[in-house]
Design a protein around this ligand. Structure first.
Ligand code: IPM
Ligand code: MN
Length: 739
């Protein structure tokens, strides 16, 4: 593939920081693209009297694509005030650099795609195709009506009262040339990108003449695309429906000003301008820019969402012929925004621009995808507390064992709208959505209609399920009621899940990359059904979890210190790792989710960094580990315990399988209260444990906070850990010394 040159113009405000964060994706994808940086924007205006200097025009002229960060545009008065004094005399006119680019390069089409990147809710995917060179942006705009135009205006009663100097005017210029090419572009976009329809957003109910003309052009052009349905709607109605039912649109084509407004609304529908990309395209040039603008108040704070910049780079790459890589970027953004774990504040996260960008770049490199699940349990009885919600826990465990950890659990009463909302919020976000309960024959069982509502599909009668109900009720000699018919209703397109232990069948269906599984409530019915679904496998999930977890249990280090050490180690390792910490006294557990091939190296680093604190790599206590070791060696422990009373001995005995042994190991455990004492919860306790066998004696030491009576738990685990270390010869710590 031949090398492409991209002119990168970071510009003002947050422009430089979002591009800085997102541009490394081009290298990560290994694309033959050469980046050349140039100047544009407010600084150029202030110091050179033009926001787009000649050298930048030269750069643009020799590039295959132009990538813009953002530029600041200020009203006329401020623009002049900020100009360098020596330039003021020349009285230059400030013209927004992007308007200059559009006009000088004749970039007639402004493409602004809108998609449900956040997941949840109804899926939608449409784009605004905005005319970029004429309409109200044609430059025919006067602070008072020009002489020649006055006769046309003078009859208007308000103009009559205000006079010519008191009346302004702008012309919405639309031409056959301008209209035909933008309309053609709209239909081409629909055809090439699989959008279902073309909607012209205009104002035929008021701008009756010009709109009629535009409609005529639309009909003429549409004749060349007989397979694509089209319509014309009033722009205000398009705004309403875009907010209410975005899924009904495909390509929305509009003149410049209407398109400007509608595309911001599109950004809002998506969840904010932080996600909105744009492409400005002409016959002989282009530029690509996030819609968000320069946001001066946010600049330099590392808060801006880089997603729009990534999606913009995606549009640019597609234009340059790298459609597959553009697709990976979109997938990566979708992945990261749906999970919301490494996103910026506008999406409810705490990540900085750089961290959020790294998440997207990691996802482009195909970081193993950890699937997630949502479990929704339904029934008023659960909310009242009449019934223990055991299904939620059991489903979590079953999903977790299959490598699909549960991200969220909801418990909801028998309320259709609330259930539908909860299901909707998980569709497209979690790989598996399990809904349990509320499938009975009575009118308070509303789960099936709620799920259908969330899926946006009608309920249908399924004869197969009905025969199942009839057969079962007949077998048990139970009367069949009309109400039972409800139990044969399932959302259109679902796959039924027969219930071997009851009349309430379940179903599963795919929606926006999620598998939605609906099951009855009784545990002995739903758990085997879930087991069956999970055993059969789910289409979009890896056969085996592609994430390995490195687990270490540590003692004698506080969670924050451990986390600081590990976070640094993870950053240094360069591998995409997800650390998780759990404190359960006296232990801090560290779990590092990582790609299988990175696990060994990571474990090695972790073991080195935390050598003084790692008790075990298994989910077991030191006492449990010691019991196993003593059993294996056939050892009896002769304990001189001045520290735990007989807590240690008792706990150890409880874990041991054998009671006698062939040899004896001596251990002495003691502790010294340093600043506090045994009764107040202050200061620290210095622990020692001396272990002696025939050949060797070693003392292990640890200092821990004095947490009052609770501290005995810590002593016990410390003592067990010390003896275990002695037995396994792991003497590489600073806290022990040879005799
Ligand atoms: C946009 C912007 C510009 C426009 C401004 C900054 C001139 O709002 O790209 O949508 O109105 O076109
Ligand atoms: Mn705008």
């Amino acid at each position: 593939m031949n090398l492409k040159t991209v002119a990168v113009l970071p510009g003002d405000g947050i422009g430089p920081e979002v591009l800085d964060a997102a541009l490394p994706v081009i290298e990560a994808l290994g694309l033959p693209v050469d980046l050349e940086f140039g100047d544009i924007g407010w600084e150029c205006w202030r110091t050179e009297g033009t926001p787009v200097p000649d050298r930048t025009w030269d750069l643009i002229g020799r590039s295959d694509a132009v990538l813009l960060g953002a530029t600041t545009t200020k009203p006329r008065r401020e623009a002049l005030a900020e100009l360098a004094p020596e330039l003021r005399g020349q009285a230059p006119q400030y013209v927004s650099p992007i308007i200059q680019l559009r006009q000088r390069l004749d970039l007639f089409a402004n493409l602004r795609p809108v998609e449900n990147y956040l997941g949840g809710g109804t899926p939608y995917r449409f784009c605004v195709v905005r005319e970029n060179t004429e309409g109200l942006y044609a430059g025919l705009d006067w602070d008072h009506v020009p002489d020649g135009m006055w006769p046309l205006v003078a009859d208007h009663p308000n103009a009559c009262r205000s006079g010519r100097p008191g009346s302004t005017a702008s012309i919405r210029l639309q031409t056959a040339h301008g209209l035909d090419r933008i309309l053609r572009f709209a239909f081409d976009t629909a055809r090439d990108h699989g959008y279902g329809r073309v909607t012209l957003a205009d104002k035929p109910n008021v701008l009756r003449q010009s709109s009629a003309y535009v409609l005529g052009r639309l009909e003429a052009i549409a004749a060349d695309y007989p397979e694509i349905p089209f319509e014309v709607l009033n722009v205000d109605a398009v705004a309403l429906w875009m907010a209410r039912r975005p899924e009904q649109f495909g390509v929305i084509v509009a003149e410049n000003m209407f398109g400007d407004i509608l595309s911001d609304l599109g950004g809002g529908v998506m969840g904010g301008l932080g996600l909105a990309p744009s492409a400005n395209i002409g016959e002989h040039g282009n530029y690509f820019e996030p819609v968000h603008g320069s946001a001066p108040s946010m600049a330099g704070r590392g808060r801006a969402n880089p997603a729009a910049a990534f999606l913009t780079i995606g549009l640019m790459l597609e234009h340059l012929g790298f459609a597959d890589e553009a697709g990976s970027i979109q997938d990566a953004v979708r992945h990261v925004t749906r999970r919301r774990d490494r996103v910026t504040y506008d999406l409810g996260g705490t990540a900085t621009t750089g961290e959020a960008a790294q998440a997207v770049i990691d996802a482009c490199r195909e970081v193993p995808h950890t699937p997630t699940a949502a479990v929704i349990t339904i029934g008023d009885e659960l909310l009242r507390g009449d019934l223990e919600d055991s299904n939620a826990g059991n489903a979590s465990r079953m999903l977790g064992e299959r490598g699909i950890p549960v991200r969220v659990r909801h418990t909801i009463g028998d309320d259709e709208a609330t259930i539908a909302d909860a299901v909707r919020a998980c569709i497209g976000r979690d790989d598996v959505v399990v809904v349990m309960g509320g499938l009975g024959p009575t009118s308070d069982d509303v789960t099936r209609s709620a799920v259908a509502r969330a899926l946006g599909r009608p309920l249908e009668h399924w004869e197969e399920a009905w025969q199942g109900v009839v057969e079962r009720l007949t077998r048990f000699g139970v009367a069949i009621h009309d109400d039972n018919r409800r139990q044969a209703l399932f959302a259109e397109g679902a796959d039924l899940l027969p219930n071997p232990h009851g009349t309430a069948w379940g179903c599963r269906t795919e929606a926006q990359g999620s598998t939605v599984i609906m099951l009855p409530g009784p545990p002995r019915e739903c758990l085997p059904m879930l087991e069956m679904v999970l055993r059969d496998g789910l289409p979009h999930l890896p056969k085996r979890p592609e994430v390995t977890t490195v687990f270490r249990r540590t003692l004698g280090i506080i969670e924050a210190d451990a986390a600081a050490l590990v976070d640094q180690l993870v950053a240094d390792s360069g591998a995409p790792v997800r650390p998780a910490y759990r404190w359960h006294y006296p232990y801090v557990d560290i779990r590092l989710g990582c790609p299988p091939e990175a696990a060994d190296e990571l474990a090695k680093r972790l073991d080195t960094a935390l050598a003084d604190h790692i008790v075990t790599g298994r989910d077991r206590t030191a006492v449990q580990e010691l019991a196993t070791l003593l059993d294996q060696h056939g050892l009896v422990l002769d304990l001189d315990d001045r520290l735990t009373g007989d807590v240690f001995a008792t706990e150890l005995a409880r874990e041991r399988d054998i009671t006698d042994g062939t040899a004896t190991l001596h251990a002495t455990v003691s502790g010294t209260w340093q600043t506090g004492d045994r009764t107040t919860y202050t200061g620290t306790v210095a622990l020692t444990c001396t272990v002696r066998d025939k050949t060797d004696e070693r003392t292990y030491r640890l200092t821990v906070p004095n947490r009052g009576p609770e501290v005995t738990t810590c002593f016990t685990q410390f003592a067990a850990w010390s003896v275990a270390r002695h037995l396994t010869g792991r003497h590489h710590t600073r806290t022990e010394e040879p005799a």
